[in-house]
Design a protein around this ligand. Structure first.
Ligand SMILES: *[C@@H]1O[C@H](CO)[C@@H](O)[C@H](O)[C@H]1NC(C)=O
Ligand SMILES: *[C@@H]1O[C@H](CO)[C@@H](O)[C@H](O)[C@H]1NC(C)=O
Ligand SMILES: *[C@@H]1O[C@H](CO)[C@@H](O)[C@H](O)[C@H]1NC(C)=O
Ligand SMILES: *[C@@H]1O[C@H](CO)[C@@H](O)[C@H](O)[C@H]1NC(C)=O
Ligand SMILES: *[C@@H]1O[C@H](CO)[C@@H](O)[C@H](O)[C@H]1NC(C)=O
Ligand SMILES: *[C@@H]1O[C@H](CO)[C@@H](O)[C@H](O)[C@H]1NC(C)=O
Length: 693
């Protein structure tokens, strides 16, 4: 009895040791690791190479770029272990450890053995098999602290990748922009033994990878079905690499190493949608800041940038005119940013208009896709619109524009909402039964949505739809809005589907108004931002939609700051969301709530594609964005990537804290201004600052 108990205590002690000693974030679905003091050392010219059997003519350029970036970072970034001696006690073990010379990457979809091969050949060849991807920094490996700065120049314009990458179905980008689903392959998959990729690979398996770091100095092996999966594995590999602390300026002593070898990671996300919303209308964000946000998202496997591009305060999308596009029925879309954007600012000393041109938008969509992040552009309507829209068609599109007593008609100043109809004493609201979307609104929405659809390759586009205000239309109840919003939403759905995309809307369109909910297309996305249990109502109103969860009390990163309103002394309407609060969110409770008697639990689970953090930016701009977002958004990344369990147990914030601190320290080394969560004393002594009250 006693010895059994002891054995199980020992076993759990080992498990704890293994857990505390790595810092992969988000935690992989399966991780086997060796002992704390088992190391391999990384060779000064560690090579990253595609495995033999790769069809060299089909390797997409964005994979080559991703491998090059990973190699560069592995060589140049110094991260000392977050322990009290910063890893000095590991020195003898690391110096005697076996030397690893290469990382071998097998992307099964690119293997000659996969027939028929789904990939389009590149011309000219991007990379030859066995070619060593040599980062420039390899000339000066392990340069110690002085070189331990962000290796990527984020202010430089990204290099343009050949456009044919989009049309190679095997590029990272092509996988990243796909429609989300829980489809699984007809073949039984096993990344340890599979030599080819199945033709009907499911979305989650496209992101799957297997990473093994042997203890004997053999190659690190990374295997995935797709280039996107390889990118996810490269991100994990970065998080395993540490540097010994410097001995003075002795660069040669700063070996790079991996501990807890042998390591085998088998990983695949729990949810396909893992997002972050950025609002570029309340305040404007320069392109370099957005690109850096995308890079950091990718590092923690967030894969959807929900770009809330426009709002009532500004319309920064500088769109080209569409005056003749539809038989003379188009709209002067260029007025939107001309009248509705914020004018000028300085970015890196250069005068810059606070707008995003069509080229800028395409550039961001492309930059993100090549890094495994899909961009969903949102032009919010019918509420949350004024700036710029009030200049179109002589101002005829707007109801209650910029009223001084905005509180009566809108959620925020300045007030404004599309004028779906006129409702005055002299001219009462049209009869709901005969109501049609007026011609000017129809022409504007058609012009705008067709244009937006051409800017993004994503399977999704969002029309927003939050907080429509009945008083702005001179109605007396919220319910009276429904017969007017339903045909409007039907029009939006028609346009979205006609452009080959799926729509995305805020919960108001699906929860408050059952008739509006019925106009949403199958597999479109409904984002729940109030009570997560509203999902049940949305799915009752329209069982064919998918749900994205972003309840504000768990996921809004702007909450808890001072209000932006003058003459208002309280803080924002919602309390601060700590990373622990996000981390405590349990989607299975929401899913259980949405499951009705007699319903198949799995089919309901599959309606929940994931969730996201939101960064509304009334009090946020590029000066404080990173501290507001990081590392807290990583908590959501683990909720949605890892799911309800970490290492076979319910997610636990006490287990997670040292990993979160390690991630935060690594982000800071990468040049991201992530907030500290603890004093350094606690961070370097995992577990010693737990509260025992
Ligand atoms: C998912 O699989 C179903 C059949 O099981 C198919 O009808 C559907 O088109 C697939 N969805 C996608 C996006 O591939
Ligand atoms: C609401 O009433 C005011 C005052 O009569 C009017 O100016 C405004 O146009 C009306 N709004 C709508 C949407 O008809
Ligand atoms: C939407 O499309 C359907 C089917 O094509 C059509 O019957 C309907 O009139 C359209 N509605 C609007 C508002 O455009
Ligand atoms: C500030 O708010 C108070 C009510 O709380 C109101 O009486 C006062 O007029 C407001 N001042 C301004 C400048 O709006
Ligand atoms: C949501 O539903 C769950 C389970 O169905 C329940 O425990 C929880 O209290 C509900 N939340 C709210 C805010 O009502
Ligand atoms: C779901 O949550 C709501 C509160 O939002 C609650 O009233 C209801 O009882 C819950 N239903 C189930 C089946 O848990």
């Amino acid at each position: 009895m006693r010895s059994t108990r002891l054995a199980s205590l020992l076993a759990s002690a080992c498990l704890l040791g293994a857990l505390s000693a790595h810092a992969i974030w988000p935690h992989p679905s399966k991780l086997d690791a060796g002992k704390d003091d088992a190391f391999v050392r990384l060779s000064g010219d560690l090579r990253f190479e595609l495995a033999e059997g790769t069809d060299q003519s089909r390797v997409p350029a964005d994979l080559t770029d991703a491998i090059e970036a990973a190699a560069k970072q592995a060589h140049s970034l110094d991260v000392w272990p977050l322990v009290s001696d910063r890893g000095e006690s590991y020195r003898a073990g690391v110096e005697q450890a076996k030397l690893v010379a290469s990382v071998r990457i097998s992307v099964l979809e690119l293997m000659t053995a996969t027939t028929p091969n789904p990939c389009v050949p590149n011309k000219p060849m991007d990379v030859a098999v066995g070619t060593v991807v040599q980062p420039r920094s390899v000339q000066q490996p392990f340069g110690g602290r002085k070189n331990a700065v962000q290796p990527v120049d984020l202010t430089a314009e990204p290099k343009q990748t050949a456009p044919d990458n989009w049309f190679n179905p095997c590029s990272i980008a092509s996988h990243a922009i796909r429609e989300l689903n829980y489809n699984i392959s007809s073949a039984k998959l096993n990344l340890e033994t599979d030599k080819t990729a199945p033709a009907d690979l499911g979305y989650l398996d496209a992101e799957a990878y297997r990473l093994s770091v042997p203890a004997d100095g053999g190659s690190i092996q990374l295997t995935s079905y797709t280039a996107l999966g390889a990118l996810r594995g490269l991100q994990t590999l970065q998080q395993l690499i540490y540097t010994l602390p410097p001995k003075g300026d002795d660069a040669a002593a700063a070996h790079k190493f991996i501990r807890n070898v042998p390591i085998v990671v088998e990983d695949r996300p729990a949810y396909p949608y893992r997002g972050l919303l950025l609002d570029t209308a309340r305040n404007w964000f320069d392109l370099a800041t957005i690109r850096k946000l995308i890079d950091t998202m990718g590092f923690v496997k967030l894969n959807q940038l929900h770009w809330h591009a426009t709002d009532t305060q500004s319309f920064p999308l500088a769109l080209d005119d569409d005056a003749d596009a539809q038989g003379g029925n188009g709209m002067q879309l260029s007025l939107l940013a001309e009248r509705g954007s914020y004018g000028w600012t300085k970015v890196d000393g250069k005068n810059t208009r606070m707008v995003y041109t069509e080229t800028d938008v395409r550039g961001i969509v492309e930059y993100a896709a090549h890094r495994g992040v899909n961009v969903i552009i949102e032009t919010d309507m019918p509420a949350h619109m004024l700036s710029g829209v009030d200049a179109i068609d002589g101002g005829s599109l707007m109801a209650c524009p910029n009223e001084q007593a905005w509180e009566n008609v809108a959620a925020e100043p300045p007030s404004g909402q599309l004028r779906l109809f006129t409702n005055t004493k002299a001219s009462p609201a049209p009869d709901a039964a005969t109501y049609k979307v007026p011609d000017n609104i129809n022409r504007f929405v058609s012009s705008l949505l067709r244009k937006i659809a051409t800017l993004s390759k994503s399977a999704y586009v969002s029309s927003g739809g939050d907080e429509p205000n009945y008083k702005c239309w001179n109605l007396t109840t919220e319910a009276e809005m429904e017969p007017y919003i339903a045909p409007f939403m039907q029009l939006v759905t028609n346009l979205t589907e006609a452009s080959g995309k799926r729509g995305m809307v805020w919960e108001e369109m699906a929860v408050k108004f059952p008739k509006v909910a019925k106009t949403l297309a199958p597999n479109s996305l409904v984002e729940i931002w109030n009570d997560a249990n509203n999902s049940r109502v949305a799915l009752t109103n329209n069982p064919d939609v998918n749900i994205v969860l972003a309840p504000y009390s768990y996921f809004y990163l702007d909450c808890g700051s001072a209000s932006f309103l003058g003459n208002y002394t309280s803080n924002t309407w919602c309390p601060y969301v700590s990373w622990q609060q996000t981390y405590s969110f349990d989607p299975s409770v929401t899913i259980a709530n949405a499951t009705k008697a007699g319903q198949d639990a799995k089919s309901v689970r599959n309606k929940f594609v994931g969730g996201e953090h939101a960064v509304w930016t009334e009090t946020i701009d590029p000066t404080n964005l990173e501290g507001k977002v990081w590392p807290r958004a990583a908590a959501g990344a683990e909720v949605w990537w890892t799911g309800e369990e970490v290492a076979g147990k319910k997610r636990d914030k006490v287990e997670a804290l040292p990993r979160m601190m390690d991630l935060r320290y690594r982000l800071v080394q990468m040049g991201v201004a992530a907030e500290p969560l603890q004093p350094l004393w606690c961070a370097t002594r995992p577990g010693q600052c737990n509260w025992h009250g």
